[in-house]
Design a protein around this ligand. Structure first.
Ligand code: APR
Ligand code: PHB
Length: 392
């Protein structure tokens, strides 16, 4: 079956869904093709840290009703090193910016609803198989849906299909360099029915490994611990997780509340990117072009930042027949991507156990941590990267 639209979007993650809403606002037709079912996409548990820029965009799109009610603003973060805790305040160091905690699957639910309310077509369980004609003015996406073969012809293809998608596979290899670090540790993440034990997030280095205290609401906590890459959740009964979290996050006069765990999963840690995100009429955005380790909470925010550039570039092309922003799309995105890669890598090395306790590398790690409390300049560097730079 043949179909056509202006912008064919592969992937209904945060990237694809925000792109469709921005285009629809400008009267540019698009269709989203999504591999998975709506139910699957809406229940996929991921991180939940939104930068100010991301919250602003969701508001601008008129999809923030629940985020405004349920999102939890945070104005600082605790950093801990073997039980010594230091708070980095965002407001005073960043001119009033903050972060908001709101689960990614909640963002996705809200964005899907907003797309459907505005009549944007999302074809769930549509498996994009290949893309043809990206060097022509009418590329096509070939996909399968309900056991049938379909072709979607469009002016542009947006590959918003994540790390494992087909978008990146269609960029000619000679057009980009690829950069990758696979870290020698993973995160075991849990969701638990217990009130958060802290008013702000806690990132902790401990000689037994990293731990993070986050939350989803006043009654649900989200916590993570560093585990081995070949570890499995079966090695981690609930009591062992709480015991380990309590040791790693521990500080004098503070105790961790435990409660029933209802989600447990292990995620590998990776830094990955390519330094060109476009070729002909194909444009990549989000995880399709870059992955950051979750230590800086940047994944979703970077995806949304790419989309801002892509939507402006496509709008400029349709409104003014001007392709200058399309030409500079990758370069415009890469400044922020490199910054987020550096910050995520910095936070990862600062808080994870890699070298023996008391080794030279470990003492450098400690010195970097101490420097945050000694120097307002260093605390500001962390705060402005964490809340996200406004200017890039
Ligand atoms: N055909 C159709 N859809 C596809 C295909 C395909 N061949 N391949 C992948 N997809 C879909 C996936 O099922 C997924 O829903 O593309 C979507 C990509 O969404 P995300 O992985 O959420 O990526 P993105 O929108 O870039 O958002 C980045 O998500 O992975 C997290 O931590 C990351 O927070 C970051 C955010
Ligand atoms: C989360 O709440 O899931 C979360 C928060 C901060 C991070 C990573 C994940 O850096």
């Amino acid at each position: 079956m043949k179909h056509s639209t202006k912008v064919g979007i592969i992937g209904a993650g945060p990237a694809g869904l925000t792109l469709a809403l921005l285009l629809q606002r400008k009267g540019i037709d698009c269709i989203i093709l999504e591999n998975r079912s709506r139910q699957y996409v809406e229940s996929r548990v991921r991180a939940g840290l939104l930068e100010q820029n991301t919250v602003d965009l969701i508001r601008e799109l008129g999809a923030s009703e629940r985020l405004d009610k349920e999102g939890l603003e945070h104005h600082g973060v605790y950093l801990s090193f073997n039980g010594v805790r230091h708070r980095v305040p965002f407001k005073e160091l960043t001119g009033g910016r903050c972060i908001t905690i709101y689960g990614q699957q909640e963002v996705v639910k809200d964005l899907i609803q907003a797309n459907l309310d505005r009549g944007i077509e999302i074809v769930f369980e549509a498996h994009a198989k290949h893309i043809e004609g990206i060097e022509t003015e009418s590329p096509s996406i070939f996909y399968q849906h309900n056991g049938e073969e379909h072709e979607l012809t469009c002016d542009f293809v947006a590959g918003c299909d994540g790390y494992h998608g087909i978008g990146r596979q269609h960029l000619p290899k000679e057009t980009y360099n690829e950069f990758r670090i696979e870290y020698p540790f993973s995160w075991l993440g849990i969701l638990a029915n217990v009130a958060p034990s802290s008013d702000e997030l806690i990132y902790a280095y401990h000689e037994r490994g990293f731990a993070l205290h986050s939350l989803r609401s006043e009654t649900v906590s989200r916590l993570y611990i560093q585990v081995e890459n070949d570890d499995t959740v079966d090695n981690w009964p609930d009591e062992k997780i709480w015991e380990e979290l309590s040791i790693r996050l521990g500080a004098e006069g503070w105790s961790l509340q435990s409660g029933p765990i209802f989600e447990k999963s292990i995620t590998p840690m990776r830094s990955f990117m390519i330094d060109n995100m476009q070729y002909g009429r194909l444009f990549l955005a989000g995880d399709a072009a870059h992955i950051v380790p979750p230590t800086g909470g940047k994944g979703l925010n970077l995806a949304v930042a790419d989309i801002r550039f892509l939507a402006s570039a496509l709008t400029n092309w349709y409104d003014n027949q001007d392709d200058s922003l399309l030409q500079s799309y990758s370069q415009d995105c890469l400044r922020r991507i490199w910054r987020a890669q550096d910050f995520s890598n910095f936070m990862t090395y600062l808080f994870h156990k890699q070298a023996a306790h008391g080794s030279f590398e470990n003492l450098l790690q400690k010195s970097k941590f101490d420097y945050i409390s000694l120097s307002k300049a260093q605390a500001t560097t962390i705060a402005e990267n964490y809340v996200g730079l406004k200017e890039i």
